[in-house]
Ligand binder design. Structure first.
Ligand code: SAM
Length: 540
């Protein structure tokens, strides 16, 4: 380790006696920062060239598995230690400055940004400096980091600019904080249907991450946000990644796009259910300012007005489960009011206390003397509406091309998502239409085949020949697990595309000693479900 680099957990460069650091100079006039980043196209080009090679994989290689995993748990110390002594490597200096928010000696950052330079980074509102000397500290005032995704077009390596989080600043978030790519952003990106389309709307774009994704499969993208700060961050993210064609509009929810029609609307909206209390700032990134789950209800019931015929909206949301009101009915009524095909998949459920704790932590630790009052406010708010639990999940809506909506599904399918499911969601919508166009007799006349990701599990009591339990497990999609009886398992096992459903049912009836018509009638509902969920595939 050189004296320039500082030790683990120390400010790099702070040990050089002549260097100015932020510990004393933070409030001084030497610092030049501004509220939002922004760069002219020439500076963006220079920055992009400087960042080449700074990828998600490169950062992982620099940090190693342990520090990377710790960072994912919001712990920076192992990562700072991993980078200490390596600041002569440009990617290490970029990571320490822009991902971890630690000051870096000016000379080190200058070497990591050889084209834009530190002066250019100040001009773009990315960093502030404590002085002009080579050892003077430079500190990022934004979070800038690589972000990668894989979709039908292959791998994308991007960079995303957002506000620095608590891990970097050590302070609670400001109310107009612009969020970086988080768990919900990735969930929505993984769920989004990536079929090529003409027009996409990203509602509540924040740092611009969903718009970046959309740019890969849409001819045009409109990204909106109520926050001018968010749009400034999105503008820089998009420019940095060559996606300058995205149109940015400021305004509340659907207001900026009234009169427009889109083939796909994606939104990770400010869905967090928030008590109205002076103890808690109204965080723009998560709080739409309405009571309870009104933001999500309003989007579900209103988004149809900006969907083209056949257009799909995919939204994340929270919804309340209230006493005496099953959530399937409550959220189902929103789907009915939308006039759209609607499919809600609940992936997570929390009780009011868990929910309050999660969102109290998320904004940064509130002052200890306020914690109890804030917790009370959250619980009071839920109690006022008799909320027993809070669901989180994905809402998929589709404007029928013609006629009445036919899809209305609200289901509890809990679990995380490790892989993209957009293609699966699209296939389920197609399967729904296919099923809707067929009577039971027509369905059984089809030659179905079992999907490649389906496995069967049989559980036997020791010594017994017949299984007590048969499960069909879907490897992809939403990872459904369904219980099957011997007849259904036999039916699925025989679906290889050669025999029709009726032929398979007939053979099974013979084997099981049951009238063929009765067995077919018993199986057909389950078969519909398996086709709808992608466990059985059709050829047409
Ligand atoms: C959870 S963030 C999502 C950011 C980004 N799209 C993502 O997926 O990570 C929600 C965004 O909605 C914006 N927002 C909040 N209230 C809004 C409103 N009334 N109308 C439009 N956007 C709003 C916030 O500024 C924020 O950028």
């Amino acid at each position: 380790m050189t004296h320039h680099d500082g030790g683990p957990g120390q400010l790099p460069g702070a040990s050089a006696r002549s260097a100015r650091s932020f510990s004393s100079a933070a409030a001084g006039p030497a610092l030049r920062g501004r509220d939002v980043p922004g760069a002219d196209p020439a500076d963006v080009d220079l920055l992009r060239a400087d960042l080449t090679g700074w990828t998600v994989d490169a950062v992982h290689d620099l940090l190693g598995d342990v520090a990377q995993a710790a960072l994912a748990r919001e712990q920076a110390v192992p990562a700072v230690r991993a980078l200490a002594g390596r600041l002569d490597e440009p990617l290490a200096a970029l990571t320490l400055a822009f991902v971890l928010g630690r000051p870096v000696p000016r000379a080190r950052l200058a070497a990591a940004l050889p084209r834009l330079g530190v002066a250019g980074a100040v001009r773009a509102g990315l960093v502030e400096t404590a002085g002009e000397g080579p050892q003077d500290a430079v500190r990022a005032v934004v979070d800038l980091r690589p972000y990668a995704a894989v979709d039908a077009a292959g791998t994308a390596d991007w960079w995303v600019v957002s506000d620095a989080g608590e891990l970097a600043t050590g302070r609670p978030l400001r109310p107009d904080h612009v969020l970086g790519v988080g768990g919900a952003s990735v969930t929505l990106a993984r769920c989004t249907i990536r079929t090529p389309v003409a027009r996409v709307l990203d509602l509540g774009t924040g740092c611009g991450v969903q718009a970046l994704h959309a740019g890969r499969h849409a001819r045009s993208v409109v990204a909106t946000d109520v926050s001018a700060r968010a749009l400034a961050f999105a503008r820089l993210t998009l420019a940095l990644n060559g996606a300058d064609g995205v149109v940015l509009r400021q305004g509340d929810l659907l207001d900026p796009v009234r009169g427009d029609e889109f083939d796909l609307v994606v939104s990770n909206p400010p869905f967090v259910i928030t008590p109205r209390t002076p103890f808690l700032p109204a965080y723009t990134y998560r709080d739409g300012g309405l009571a309870g789950d009104e933001v999500v209800r309003g989007l579900i019931t209103g988004v149809g007005s900006v969907l083209a015929p056949g257009g799909v909206a995919q939204l994340l949301g929270n919804w309340e489960h209230r006493a005496g009101e099953p959530f399937e009915e409550r959220v189902g009524a929103w789907l009915d009011a939308s006039g759209l095909d609607g499919w809600v998949v609940q992936r997570e459920l929390q009780d009011p206390a868990q929910y309050a704790e999660l969102w109290m932590r998320d904004g940064g630790d509130p002052a200890p003397d306020r914690r109890a009052a804030l917790y009370e406010a959250w619980l009071d708010d839920f109690a006022a509406r008799e909320v027993e639990s809070i669901g989180f999940g994905l809402v998929t809506l589709r404007r029928p091309v013609a006629g009445m909506p036919g899809l209305r599904r609200v289901e509890d399918l809990r679990g995380g998502l490790d892989e993209p499911v957009g293609e699966h969601v699209a296939a389920c919508l197609t399967a729904h239409d296919w099923l809707r166009a067929r009577t039971d007799g027509e369905l059984l006349a089809e030659r179905l085949r079992v999907a490649g990701d389906v496995t069967e599990e049989r559980y036997h009591r020791p010594g017994e020949e017949d299984p007590t339990l048969i499960l069909l497990r879907q490897g992809g999609g939403f990872g459904r697990v369904l219980r099957a009886d011997t007849a259904l398992a036999g039916f699925v096992g025989a679906c290889d595309g050669d025999l029709t459903g009726a032929q398979i049912a007939g053979a099974l009836a013979h084997l099981l000693g049951e009238p063929a018509g009765e067995l077919a009638a018993r199986l057909v509902l389950a078969v519909r479900g398996l086709v709808a969920d992608g466990l059985l595939l059709t050829y047409t």
